[in-house]
Design a protein around this ligand. Structure first.
Ligand SMILES: [Cu+2]
Length: 334
C-alpha cells in the first residue's frame, strides 16, 4: 500500500497558500499588494490582480473554511518525467461529521476531510497522477470529467482500505470536476465526495482575482430531497462572512453546480452582469447576462468587475434553494 503519511496537511486558515501566491506572482511575505509584472498577458499589459487579504476572523467549521477554499488551488507535486510536467495529487476518501448549522450535523463522505474536496489545477497537456486512498469505510471512486481511457474513468469501486492510481493527460482545458461514481451516485455526491478540476489553457488567462464556488445540496433526512444547500460546503457561510473583492478588479469565478435531486439551478449576481465562458472551454465569452442556468455537473467561468462599493448577493434564483443556504455576498471594497 502506498504510504500517504507525507500528504500535505490541510492548509491552515488565515493565510493564502504559497502556491496560490506564486500563481498570482506575489510570493514573498513583504510584497503582497505590490505591483508585479506578469509574463503572459493577453489584455491590459499593466494589469495586476489585486486580492484582499484573507480575513483573520473567517471561521473554520468542522475542518471546512469556505473563505480559504474559495481561493485555494492545488497544483499538486510537480515533477518532470520524459520531458513533460507531471502533477501528482494525493486524495483520500474520508468520512466526517460536519456541523451544517446550529441544529444540524451531517455525516459527509468527502475528499481530504473537506467538502468540497481540493480544487485540483493543471495546465493543458500536463500528465495527471492521482493517488486515491479510500479510507472512508465504503467503496468509492473518483470519476474525472475530461478525456481519458476507459480504465481511468473512475466507475470501478475502490474498496475501503485500498489505493487506486488514476493517470491521464490534462485535456481539454476548461472547468471540470471529479466526483465519486459509485451507485447510487446521488447519495455519494450528495454526501460530499466531489471537487473541481481546472485545466488552464496553454497560454494563461489574464490576471484576475480568481474565486471557486461549488453549489451543493444536503439531504439530511434521507428522503431524496435536499433540506439544506451551500456554496463551498457550509450553508449561508458567505452570507455571514462576505467575500471581499476590490472595486474595478476583474473577478474570475469558477462556478460548478453539484446539487443532486434538482434538474438545474441558476446562478445570479446582483447589480452586475458577467461574461460567460461556457465550461471554461473558450478564451472569448459567448454571452453576457446576470443569470445563467446550470444543470447538474454544469460549470462555467464567469467574469465581472464591480464599479461601486458595497455588498452584493449571489445565489441561485430558485429562491427557496437560496433561502435554504445557497446564498452569498460579495463585499466590494475600494
Ligand atoms: Cu462514493
Amino acid at each position: 500500500m502506498t504510504d500517504l503519511s507525507d500528504r500535505p496537511a490541510i492548509k491552515k486558515a488565515g493565510r493564502w497558500s504559497r502556491r496560490q501566491l506564486l500563481q498570482l506572482g506575489i510570493a514573498g511575505a513583504g510584497v503582497a499588494g505590490g505591483a508585479i509584472a506578469f509574463q503572459h498577458l493577453t489584455r491590459k499589459p499593466t494589469s495586476v490582480a489585486r486580492i484582499p487579504p484573507m480575513p483573520a476572523d473567517a471561521p473554520t467549521v468542522s475542518n471546512i473554511n469556505p473563505m480559504q477554499i474559495a481561493r485555494d488551488f492545488d497544483y499538486g507535486t510537480v515533477t518532470r518525467e520524459n520531458g513533460r510536467t507531471v502533477r501528482e495529487f494525493r486524495l483520500e476518501a474520508n468520512t466526517s461529521i460536519v456541523q451544517l448549522n446550529s441544529a444540524v450535523t451531517f455525516n459527509t463522505w468527502n475528499v481530504n476531510n473537506r467538502v468540497p474536496g481540493p480544487t485540483l489545477r493543471a495546465t493543458e497537456g500536463d500528465r495527471i497522477r492521482v493517488i486515491f486512498y479510500n479510507k472512508a469505510g465504503h467503496s468509492h471512486s473518483l470519476h474525472f470529467h475530461g478525456v481519458h481511457t476507459s480504465e481511468m474513468d473512475g466507475v470501478k469501486p475502490v474498496k475501503n482500505g485500498s489505493v487506486f492510481i488514476y493517470e491521464f493527460d490534462a485535456n481539454p482545458y476548461g472547468v471540470h470536476l471529479y466526483h465519486c461514481h459509485i451507485a447510487p451516485v446521488t447519495r455519494h455526491v450528495g454526501k460530499g465526495l466531489y471537487g473541481m478540476f481546472i485545466i488552464d489553457p496553454p497560454k494563461p488567462r489574464p490576471p484576475a482575482d480568481e474565486i471557486m464556488l461549488i453549489m451543493g445540496g444536503y439531504d439530511v433526512n434521507d428522503d431524496e430531497k435536499n433540506e439544506l444547500y451551500a456554496f463551498n460546503g457550509l450553508p449561508n457561510y458567505y452570507m455571514n462572512n462576505p467575500i471581499s473583492i476590490y472595486k474595478n478588479q476583474l473577478i474570475r469565478l469558477y462556478v460548478l453546480n453539484l446539487i443532486e435531486y434538482e434538474a438545474a439551478v441558476t446562478f445570479h449576481l446582483h447589480a452586475n452582469f458577467f461574461d460567460v465562458y461556457r465550461t471554461g472551454m473558450t478564451l472569448t465569452p459567448s454571452e453576457r447576462t446576470d443569470v445563467i442556468t446550470m444543470g447538474v455537473a454544469e460549470r462555467h467561468i464567469l467574469e465581472f468587475t464591480y464599479g461601486y462599493d458595497g455588498k452584493y448577493m449571489f445565489h441561485p434564483h430558485q429562491d427557496a434553494i437560496a433561502e435554504a443556504g445557497c446564498m452569498g455576498v460579495f463585499e466590494v471594497i475600494a
